[in-house]
Design a protein around this ligand. Structure first.
Ligand SMILES: NC(=O)c1ccc[n+]([C@@H]2O[C@H](COP(=O)([O-])OP(=O)(O)OC[C@H]3O[C@@H](n4cnc5c(N)ncnc54)[C@H](OP(=O)(O)O)[C@@H]3O)[C@@H](O)[C@H]2O)c1
Length: 293
């Protein structure tokens, strides 16, 4: 698969990254995930995104990375979940980085994202300082932020944050309306996309139960099926081409799912309309919908 430089961070990632949001169930098929990882490596995919909040995904990924060398570049997240330490404090982020190093079995992490903290936390709690300190100690390479809307806008104004992760799909395009993103990209900011498939909401005939998926489902209907006849290819083509993110992280958990996404990515690049279709629909509707975390 294609690789893109992550802005001027020094990292170069496969355009398609594996998202482990669904890898954390205690009874997940770990042998199947190992085969998925090997198949992804065969295809040149060398980027995996995880988080401490994805069940036991981070520990599981740590086990799976053993014996697969250091070719896989790992992104994880910090800011919460350290027993006895208040969330979104310097100390919580500091300890979160150390815990991720231990869980993932690495001496250094490639990217660490502050996982969706609000704007006032970014301004006052020393959380960026904690990541910067860890970077200075060689514990991580890229200080990053994941989030949307006002908080993302605040993160885009902090020069220490060298990469952002945002939602981008046909029914979640708010980030494209923020001029600071384009300005950041022009000066070497890295950009990772999450939720590129809009969680596959086109497969549902009724709104799904999860509120965020129900919201995407309603938007998908309101935009008049922006995925057209090939929603998978349209979503991947749109995410990969529109405004030029450096990697798109897809929630994949089987070898078959990986193959479908690889095939669709190729088709998506060939669908000329995949670039203009969803964007034009969004702009015509001017829905003002916020980005979903
Ligand atoms: N930083 C953050 O706050 C944040 C937030 C969200 C996501 N993420 C990251 O981004 C990754 C991707 O986001 P996401 O998983 O929420 O959304 P996504 O990639 O848009 O959607 C993933 C879902 O799409 C469906 N899907 C996968 N392959 C498919 C295929 N070939 N055909 C049709 N449907 C398919 C699957 O649904 P089923 O499982 O129902 O089959 C899967 O759960 C996550 O795994 C995580 O690593 C980060």
């Amino acid at each position: 698969v294609e690789h893109r430089a992550l802005g001027n961070t020094g990292l170069c990632l496969s355009l398609l990254g594996l998202g482990t949001g669904e890898w954390g169930a205690p009874d997940a098929d770990e042998a199947g995930l190992a085969r998925l990882l090997d198949r992804a490596l065969d295809h040149g995919i060398d980027f995996v995104d995880t988080a401490p909040s994805y069940g036991c995904a981070e520990e599981r990924l740590g086990r799976l990375l053993k014996g697969r060398g250091s070719r896989i570049q790992v992104c994880t997240k910090a800011g919460y979940g350290i027993p006895g330490v208040p969330d979104w404090t310097f100390e919580c982020v500091r300890q979160g980085v150390d815990r991720a190093l231990a869980r993932l079995g690495r001496d250094s992490l490639d990217i660490v994202l502050l996982h969706s903290c609000p704007a006032d936390v970014l301004e006052h709690n020393g959380v960026v300082d904690a990541l910067e300190q860890a970077r200075g100690q060689g514990k991580l390479r890229v200080v990053a932020y994941s989030g949307e809307n006002e908080a993302l806008d605040r993160a885009l104004q902090d020069a220490r944050i060298r990469c952002v992760m945002t939602s981008l799909n046909p029914c979640d395009q708010a980030v494209l309306d923020n001029p600071r993103l384009a300005a950041g990209l022009a000066t070497g900011l890295g950009w990772l996309v999450k939720r590129p498939l809009a969680n596959g909401v086109w497969r549902h005939t009724q709104p799904p139960e999860r509120p965020d998926l129900a919201e995407y489902w309603r938007r998908w209907q309101a935009l008049g099926n922006p995925g057209g006849a090939d929603p998978l290819a349209t979503c991947l083509g749109f995410a990969g081409q529109c405004a030029g993110p450096h990697a798109i992280v897809v929630g994949i958990r089987t070898e078959q799912g990986l193959q479908e996404c690889l095939d669709a990515l190729e088709r998506g690049q060939a669908i000329g309309d995949s670039r203009e279709g969803p964007r034009a629909r969004w702009q015509a509707a001017a829905p003002g919908w916020p980005g979903l975390i």
